[in-house]
Design a protein around this ligand. Structure first.
Ligand code: MG
Length: 390
């Protein structure tokens, strides 16, 4: 059974209006791998098939600008939360889409909840009406005397469950709990106070609520991933009366590639891979084939400009691997000059540009020698400063 197979119409409420007092900084906007904690929490709900999301926060416009819009979460309903968790959940409940029959409540500061835990809680609430993720206590549990903080009693820990979120409920049930029960620190407890059974299902140890600074990952893990890859593909027709240029190298042959520029399919594939790594689209967008400015253009210049754009966007190419597919001519004698030329334009050492040649085994248009195709992948590293590399 998948989360989407569970019956009912589901929404999720995310209380995220806390003060982060114990953290000392705004934990919801703290970035792990470059992405705000709250964004990752919302992604985990999306990943479990929940699309109707309502978030209660302190600063609506800041959360929208920093944690939602840049991450494609524009359709999340954001409302100003209350002073307490219970108030924030109550406000969010009043903004639930009308069609919702069931609701998941999940802390904004729990970004690591697995799909399995989310699914278990939802399935149990679908069956029983109310469920919560919880963990058994692994440590011995004492009740302390309020007067002197000494042990009053050692509790049988086998009966202890430590509540987590997600918690899930029939919408009507949770609304009733918020109307009729004194506000609690936990929705499951409020529903239980109505005298209704709340099913406790196995939570996850990884599903921590980020509360104190030591809960945050190390500084290295907070940074965005420093690598990006791009993929490029190009194909051009072989025609008489044109020079054959691949990777900027003129190759003696009785036919050449047809195109608006010099039709260097390999340089085009590498340029597309460079743009791909930087998330900048493709060369057709930046150098339109119907623009007379690029008639007969030297594709190495286009490649150099694509590299420049990628670096300006923060991505410096460091490696390329390419395949050229041509039935003829034989390209292997030209591989070293091609590597030298492309590496010069990419500003990497020649051994960082690999070029492989192959045929199409006589199959299709490439196999009939009607054209030449090229594929490339480029690895780029995050770098604001353009400096040479090995
Ligand atoms: Mg092309």
């Amino acid at each position: 059974m998948s989360a989407l197979d569970i019956g009912g119409t589901w929404a999720a409420v995310v209380p995220a209006a806390g003060s982060s007092r114990r953290m000392g900084f705004d934990k919801l906007l703290a970035r792990i791998h470059g992405v705000p904690v709250l964004t990752q929490t919302l992604w985990s709900l999306r990943g479990a098939g929940l699309t109707r999301l309502v978030v209660g926060v302190r600063d609506v416009s800041r959360i929208r600008a920093e944690a939602l819009v840049p991450y494609g979460l524009n359709d999340v309903i954001v409302v100003a939360g209350g002073d307490t968790r219970a108030e924030t959940v109550a406000v969010c409940l009043s903004h639930l889409p009308e069609e919702a029959t069931h609701v998941v409540v999940h802390d904004g500061a729990r970004p690591y909840c697995s799909w399995e835990v989310m699914r278990r809680v939802m399935a149990a609430a679908w069956e029983t009406g109310a469920a919560s993720a919880a963990l058994p206590a692994v440590d011995t549990v004492h009740r302390a005397r309020a007067t002197d903080d000494c042990i009053a009693e050692t509790v049988d820990r086998r009966a202890i469950r430590l509540a987590q979120t997600p918690q899930a409920f029939q919408v009507a049930l949770l609304r009733r709990a918020h109307r009729e029960c004194p506000p609690g620190s936990d929705d499951a407890g409020m529903v239980a106070a109505l005298g209704i059974s709340v099913r406790l299902v196995e939570g996850g140890r990884e599903n921590v609520k980020l509360t104190v600074p030591s809960d945050m990952p190390s500084a290295g893990d907070m940074a965005p991933p420093p690598f990006a890859v791009g993929l490029g593909h190009d194909v051009h027709r072989l025609v008489p009366g044109r020079p054959l240029i691949l990777g900027g190298v003129k190759i003696p042959f009785e036919r050449g590639l047809m195109g608006h520029s010099d039709a260097d399919a390999l340089s085009h594939a590498v340029a597309d891979a460079v743009l791909g790594a930087a998330g900048l689209g493709d060369i057709g967008q930046h150098f339109p084939p119907d623009d007379p400015a690029y008639t007969g253009a030297n594709s190495l210049v286009l490649l150099a400009r694509c590299r420049q754009m990628a670096v300006a966007a923060g991505w410096r190419p460091v490696q390329a691997d390419c395949i050229v597919i041509a039935e003829e001519p034989r390209l292997s004698p030209h591989v070293d000059p091609i590597r030298a030329t492309l590496s010069g334009v990419l500003c990497v050492q020649p051994h960082r540009v690999n070029v492989k040649c192959g045929t199409n085994e006589g199959l299709g248009h490439l196999g009939r020698g009607e054209g030449v195709a090229a594929h490339a992948v480029v690895l780029a590293v995050r770098a604001r400063v353009d400096r040479p590399n090995g």
